[in-house]
Design a binder for this molecule. Structure first.
Ligand code: 5AD
Ligand code: SF4
Length: 474
């Protein structure tokens, strides 16, 4: 493990719990009812998981929750730095709170997450948003009780942004947003340094949670009735590299698959550089592991992939996909992330990405126009193609994928899928909606008592966004 990554000690966690009690006492002095907190989350599932811990700590300190910023006594924005657009939204939304804060000086405005971990952003917040009371980075989320206490009792603003390689904090309370779907981080940080990406700079070095901690949390989720549990990491395929004894991600999956109960395991994100045959075989063999592979290729052109520092070629990517298809056949659902308009990418190079899209026939794509990030190597590269041109390229990808998705849907007619029934459907009064392994929705007529169970469904009619199906008696 890198020298500067560490597990937060039990003593430190106890100290934070004591600060939590002090905050509770302050809140009951200041407010007769439970004060409301509003936690706004931007970006990826890791941020969603962090926000669930933030809410867990706030809940313990005596806050209740609201979605309305302007009725909250504490507003926390958990920010994302991955693209400029996400950052602009945060600046806009924080700016919009100025009036509310000035009219209600007891309200605390706090910012955290990846954006804050960038020095130029923290400086901008410090200089231009003086009504923001508390700013904290990605490595000190577990210190929220202490930071909040300081923000409530000091006249000074609190900025806590240590630049360390990263920490792991176990046993932090959690308040989950959903009662059937849960996020379970298995590792934090990233060591890949893709040349366009800010994540390794703001989330620190790769560090894996101990197997025992993950298994214990997983079992708890299953016993609480969670049915879809998604394992999270920037690159789950390098899970366990720093653990002693070494454990592979595939081994972890098998352990979780062996836990008793009726549930489905998902995971994201996989990196093609580290995706092993062992992992694909494990997916195929483990009945509770969803046959969904989110394996971002970013570009279909080898020169661009090299400039992105991705560590694989188009051919290597295709060989993984073909092996996965060989093992899992029609059951397999592939999704990917794509960046269009990487600095110096030519139209011909972009066409390689388009052809890869057509070759793979993914269930879904997450497509982005390249966004320069301060401090990354790509931000220093020549970027002559105008944004409007890149937008046209992106539109070509979207058009191709729309056609592929429609064709994929047609191919599903007559097939059966194991589905988790999520709730009421939209096709008619007695329709229920259920999710396949590949995250597709099938609606079928059924009794409300089936909600929250797994059922086998046969597709009768693929529609545009959902499929109509029927229950198969098993
Ligand atoms: N510009 C555009 N997209 C980006 N991503 C990461 N960094 C950038 C960037 N600078 C995309 C990648 C990644 C996803 C989470 O976000 O496709 O897989
Ligand atoms: Fe960013 Fe690459 Fe790490 Fe993903 S693998 S978080 S794209 S650096």
């Amino acid at each position: 493990m890198a020298v500067n990554t560490r597990t937060v000690s039990a003593k430190e966690l106890k100290r934070q719990a004591e600060f939590g009690e002090k905050v509770s006492a302050l809140l009951s002095q200041r407010y007769t009812d439970k004060p409301l907190a509003c936690v706004v989350t931007y970006g990826c599932q890791q941020n969603v998981a962090d926000s669930e811990h933030i809410k867990g700590m706030l809940d313990k300190m005596g806050y209740a929750f609201t979605d309305k910023r302007e009725e909250a006594k504490l507003v926390i924005f958990n920010t994302c730095a991955v693209r400029e657009h996400a950052e602009d939204r945060v600046f806009g939304n924080v700016g919009a709170l100025k009036k509310y804060k000035l009219a209600n000086p007891d309200v605390i405005i706090a910012l955290c997450g990846c954006m804050m971990q960038q020095k130029h952003i923290a400086k901008r917040i410090y200089d231009s948003f003086p009504f923001v009371d508390l700013v904290f980075g990605t490595h000190v989320v577990h210190e929220l009780p202490e930071l909040l206490y300081k923000a409530m009792t000091r006249r000074k603003r609190v900025f806590e942004l240590p630049d360390v390689d990263g920490v792991i904090a176990e046993g932090i309370p959690v308040k989950r947003d959903n009662d059937s779907k849960a996020w379970l981080p298995i590792m934090y940080g990233c060591n890949n340094f893709c040349s366009y990406c800010v994540v390794p700079y703001v989330r620190g070095r790769e560090r894996s949670r101990q197997v025992d901690d993950i298994v214990a949390e997983f079992k708890e989720l299953v016993s609480e009735g969670y049915k879809e549990i998604t394992l999270l990491g920037q690159n789950v395929n390098s899970y366990g590299k720093n653990l002693e004894p070494r454990v592979t991600f595939a081994q972890l999956l098998r352990m979780l698959n062996d836990v008793d109960g009726d549930f489905r395991i998902r995971f994201m994100t996989s990196h093609p550089k580290d995706c092993t045959k062992e992992l694909l075989e494990t997916m195929a063999e483990c009945d509770k592991v969803a046959t969904h592979l989110h394996l971002p290729f970013q570009s279909g052109n080898d020169r661009v992939l090299k400039a992105m520092n991705r560590g694989y070629t188009r051919e290597k990517y295709l060989s993984l996909i073909n092996y996965a298809k060989e093992l899992m056949g029609d059951e397999l659902s592939i999704t990917s992330d794509i960046i269009v308009g990487f600095p110096g990418e030519t139209y011909e190079e972009f066409l390689d990405t388009l052809s890869l899209v057509k070759e793979i026939k993914a269930t879904g794509l997450f497509t982005f126009i390249y966004s320069p990030r301060v401090g990354t190597p790509a931000a220093e590269m020549d970027d002559p193609v105008p944004h409007d041109e890149k937008a046209k390229w992106l539109a070509q990808i979207l058009e191709a994928q729309e056609q592929i998705s429609a064709e994929n849907m047609k191919l599903h007619a007559g097939k059966t899928f194991k589905c988790y029934v999520v709730g009421k459907g939209k096709l008619g009064d007695n329709y229920l909606a259920a999710r396949t392994d590949g995250n597709l929705i099938i609606e079928f007529e059924g009794d409300d008592r089936l909600i929250g169970t797994f059922q086998t469904l046969k597709v009768i009619e693929p529609l545009t966004f959902v499929m109509r199906g029927e229950l198969v008696n098993n």
